[in-house]
Design a protein around this ligand. Structure first.
Ligand SMILES: Nc1nc2c(c(=O)[nH]1)N[C@H]1C(S)=C(S)[C@@H](COP(=O)(O)OP(=O)(O)OC[C@H]3O[C@@H](n4cnc5c(=O)[nH]c(N)nc54)[C@H](O)[C@@H]3O)O[C@H]1N2
Ligand SMILES: Nc1nc2c(c(=O)[nH]1)N[C@H]1C(S)=C(S)[C@@H](COP(=O)(O)OP(=O)(O)OC[C@H]3O[C@@H](n4cnc5c(=O)[nH]c(N)nc54)[C@H](O)[C@@H]3O)O[C@H]1N2
Ligand code: SF4
Ligand SMILES: [Mo]
Length: 832
């Protein structure tokens, strides 16, 4: 363990792809102190709100403690299993399916939140020994279009840029990325660099005016899905105005003429993007005139039916100007999850082999077969996420194992995903949390260790490998994912290939694999410098940026392609001719608005972790939909009112937030709330399963929808130390508060009629109760052990300042003298 004398242990943040170094110190109270690691080259001591609150999330609330078999999927009869029995059951069910229906009848759906070691063994088992490539990752929803774009342009999935490049550049173009909220520490570094160098220009390209625009010199509020038109327009502009670096283009690239021709054929960028001509010219001039440009891009680019083409339209402009391979320049696809990059390295996408090797290269195929000593290595690509669930729905997948992801919430068309899981005869889910929408669908639940308990490595957006270290014991019998997979593999009959004693052995094997075959055909990914690590070396490993040709004891910031040699057959980078097309999924009379979906600052995905922190929950406490004030007026919607959003395939409820941040034809919804934390509020209920034809990445940013106000007559607020079941209400949402939960409820029943169901849902009241009931209101407070155990309020309309008072009251302790006052105050509040 890397411990200094004060007991601080170095590890890496659990959240985004910035990959910040964290120092953590377990305290005798069981709590965890957390601070930024000053020595970590990704953040130099900085942390964002989520990183700072990591200590709040290591509590054991809601944890899945033991392997659990569910006799039926309603979960009424569950039985805890010993690990031996659980892994044997998985092995038997998978073997049965394989024997009867062949290797392609089973599948793994994994996650960029697994560690590299977990990811490596899961991929090795599926592709190497089961002999199928039906392993895909939630990175399909996140990075797949960038992977295709990189491979088309560079011959490999290479992210050439380092964080330092954005500090040393003249112009930063941020496309489809809300960096301020989604990669906050990188955003802080950029903001500081701009403060230090006021000549630096920042351009933000996003249909929404996000927090990221706070540092922008120029914001282009492009029409949804029009990025290819914008960048094709830039390519033409560069050519017409003499800004193409023809020496670079002729010496180091191919395909320029074709790409240029295609972009000049392009219809008018001004019309397609909806951006005013002067702003377009400003942007084009800024890009063209800069000595150094970095283009940062994320899900507004990737998650699109044209995702790959968007990526290549950006890369084309960098190639045309030679803005690549030099300090302060390059296209920079930032990764979302902590180990999205690691998953791409180990090959956990259905269409690649391990260590950046490919199916279509027989030498590489043989090399991996020899290295793993297997003759079963899969020969062709497997099913990508959406196709995998389609096959499941058609009954073709007989057993699936989902690890570290929540597809019921995060894949498009939730009803279809549900039907697929219902059809699949055997569903295993490994998770840290007992109750998620996906664990509700499982036959077998396997308890995984979470951040702070598990140990291994992750790779961040700038290809830097950092250690996550064990800080705390894990609850119940939770185990590391690599261990669980290896035990199943051994039970399936592959003992010799999966007998790892600890995660360091897995890493060492993976590093050796990356080092093979570079003489025959060089690859970007090479960890040869880490192949000699012994146990102590692994436990002390400092951040290493790949390629790692020798162990880096000094800080390395390496931009790739500095020799302008690429990994294509010709060694030259490829322009890709791309053409703007309207996003699939057109708006019409019934669905006239476009739904965009994404993230809020303080929540992470399906909230299984950030949902445990009261601090984080206070930033955005309810599911919401952003709507432009003019659109709100058109649809008779008031700010703060509940609304129903519908699409061709579903409907959701959320609270309207009127804001000019969105354009008049768009709505925006966060992705975080789901059936565990609110009633019917996840955007994936609405999102059509349309994806990019090459990458298979879904279109999450462009769904035709309609919106209407919901008129509710009564409301309730419940504060409780325990989780309540509020499903009988038309609308409810849950917010974590200190030592408890707060529920907001709305109903079309009259206030009086709402009282009864509210009383039913808080049945668990025990302690000293004081109630006040009026014609139209109900108040109750329950005191036990000097604290309010539950507070219940029913009235006409929720008033947020009153909610704040209730939270305050809930947090206080009462002695015999103040007790009565507390009860009285609470029950009288707003009882008018
Ligand atoms: N707070 C927080 N941070 C996170 C996460 C989280 O859950 N919470 N998740 C992490 C993960 S896994 C990921 S993948 C990243 C995602 O990070 P981002 O990609 O930055 O986040 P999103 O909010 O999904 O989408 C980014 C922006 O794309 C814009 N957009 C939509 N359509 C278009 C379009 O057609 N063109 C352009 N140019 N822009 C468009 C949206 O308006 C949105 O502002 O965040 C990571 N960081
Ligand atoms: N509408 C819409 N949908 C989207 C997106 C969008 O922008 N819009 N974005 C997409 C993107 S980019 C992403 S990355 C996905 C994310 O979507 P998901 O991957 O479904 O979301 P998470 O909540 O991160 O799910 C991770 C699960 O793994 C568990 N877990 C955490 N650590 C571990 C571990 O070490 N081992 C195991 N076994 N389990 C663990 C957590 O408890 C949690 O239940 O959502 C995608 N879906
Ligand atoms: S920027 Fe990302 S990695 Fe860094 S502290 Fe915040 S969430 Fe964690
Ligand atoms: Mo992601």
């Amino acid at each position: 363990m890397n411990t200094n004398n004060e007991g601080w242990i170095k590890t890496t943040c659990a959240y985004c792809g910035v990959g910040c170094g964290v120092e953590a110190r377990p305290m005798s109270s069981g709590k965890l102190e957390v601070r930024g690691d000053q020595e970590h080259p990704s953040n130099f001591g900085k942390l964002c709100t989520k990183g700072i609150a990591l200590g709040d999330t290591v509590i054991h609330d809601g944890r899945l403690l033991h392997p659990t078999f569910r006799e039926n999927r309603q979960g009424e009869q569950t039985k805890s299993l010993a690990w031996d029995d659980a892994v044997e059951l998985v092995a038997d069910k998978f073997n049965q399916a394989i024997n009867e229906y062949g290797p392609d009848s089973v599948a793994f759906y994994v996650s960029g939140q697994l560690l590299t070691e977990d990811y490596y063994v899961a991929n090795k088992l599926m592709k190497g020994f089961i002999g199928s490539s039906n392993i895909d990752s939630n990175s399909r929803l996140c990075m797949a279009s960038s992977v295709v774009g990189h491979k088309r342009a560079f011959g490999t999935d290479t992210v050439p840029v380092s964080y330092q490049d954005i500090e040393q550049t003249d112009v930063v173009v941020i496309v489809g990325s809300n960096l301020a909220w989604c990669h906050p520490v990188l955003f802080q570094r950029l903001r500081q660099a701009k403060q230090a160098n006021p000549a630096m220009k920042v351009v933000v390209i996003d249909p929404r005016e996000t927090e990221t625009c706070s540092i922008a010199d120029l914001h282009l509020g492009v029409k949804s899905g029009s990025d290819v038109a914008l960048f094709n327009g830039l390519l033409s502009y560069l050519d017409e105005n003499g800004h193409v670096d023809h020496t670079f283009v002729s010496q180091h690239t191919q395909g320029f003429d074709k790409a240029l021709k295609q972009s000049t054929l392009e219809s008018n960028a001004e019309i397609e993007t909806g951006v005013d001509n002067q702003d377009l010219i400003d942007f084009y001039q800024t890009f063209a005139g800069a000595n150094k440009v970095v283009t940062i891009y994320s899900q507004g680019v990737n998650q699109s039916s044209q995702g790959c083409d968007k990526v290549n339209s950006i890369i084309n402009c960098h190639l045309a100007t030679g803005q690549i391979g030099n300090v302060g320049s390059g296209p920079f696809s930032v990764t979302g999850q902590p180990n999205a990059m690691g998953g791409r390295e180990v090959g956990a996408l259905a269409n690649t082999l391990a260590a950046h090797m490919e199916f279509d290269d027989p030498t590489q195929h043989q090399m991996i077969s020899d290295f793993w000593q297997t003759d079963s290595l899969a020969k062709k690509a497997g099913l990508k996420a959406i196709d995998m669930f389609d096959a499941m729905k058609e009954g073709k997948i007989k057993a699936v194992w989902i690890m570290g992801t929540n597809p019921m919430v995060s894949l498009p068309d939730s009803d279809k995903i549900k039907a697929a899981l219902e059809t699949c005869p055997f569903v295993v889910v490994s998770d840290c949390i007992e109750d998620t929408e996906t664990t509700r669908m499982a036959d077998l639940l396997l308890p995984a260790q979470g951040w702070s308990e598990k140990s291994g490595t992750v790779t961040n957006s700038e290809r830097r490998i950092s250690r996550q270290r064990r800080l705390l014991p894990s609850p119940g019998s939770a185990k590391p994912d690599w261990w669980i997979v290896s035990e199943v593999a051994k039970n399936m009959g592959f003992e010799d290939s999966f007998s790892y004693r600890h995660e360091g052995e897995v890493f060492s094997e993976y590093a050796q694999l990356t080092a093979l075959g570079h003489e025959e055909k060089p690859r970007d990914l090479n960890l040869i410098g880490l192949t000699q690590l012994d146990d102590l070396g692994y436990s002390r490993l400092t951040p290493q940026q790949w390629p790692v040709l020798e162990l880096q004891s000094e800080l390395v910031h390496r931009s790739l392609f500095s020799d302008y040699r690429f990994y294509t057959t010709s060694g030259k980078a490829q322009f890709i001719a791309v053409q703007h097309a309207k996003p699939l999924g057109e708006t019409d009379k019934s669905y006239p608005l476009v739904l965009n979906s994404g993230r809020t600052r303080d929540h992470w995905h399906t909230m299984s972790r950030t949902g445990l922190s009261a601090r984080l929950a206070s930033h955005a406490s309810e599911p919401y939909v952003q709507i432009h004030p003019i659109t709100a007026q058109t649809y008779d919607i008031l700010d703060g009112q509940l609304v129903e959003v519908t699409s061709q395939i579903g409907k959701v409820i959320a609270r309207a937030t009127t804001t000019k941040e969105v354009s008049e034809d768009q709505l925006f919804m966060p992705i975080h709330w789901n059936a565990v934390t609110a009633k019917q509020s996840k955007p994936c209920e609405l999102i059509l399963p349309i994806s990019d034809g090459l990458s298979g990445q879904p279109e999450f940013k462009h769904t035709p929808v309609n919106i209407s106000p919901l008129s509710m007559s009564s409301s309730a607020v419940l504060l409780s130390r325990v989780i309540l079941n509020c499903d009988l209400f038309e609308y409810w949402s849950r917010q974590k508060i200190e030592d408890g939960y707060l529920y907001r409820i709305e109903s079309s029943l009259g206030q009086k009629e709402l009282i009864k169901p509210v009383q039913t849902s808080v049945e668990r009241l025990s302690g000293e109760v004081m109630e006040t009931t009026g014609a139209n209101f109900y108040r109750a407070v329950n005191l036990f052990d000097h604290r309010c155990q539950q507070i219940v309020w029913v009235g006409e309309k929720i008033d947020e300042s009153h909610v704040a008072q209730l939270i305050e009251q809930f947090s206080q302790t009462y002695d015999e003298k103040t007790k009565f006052d507390a009860m009285r105050i609470s029950s009288e509040q707003n009882a008018a």
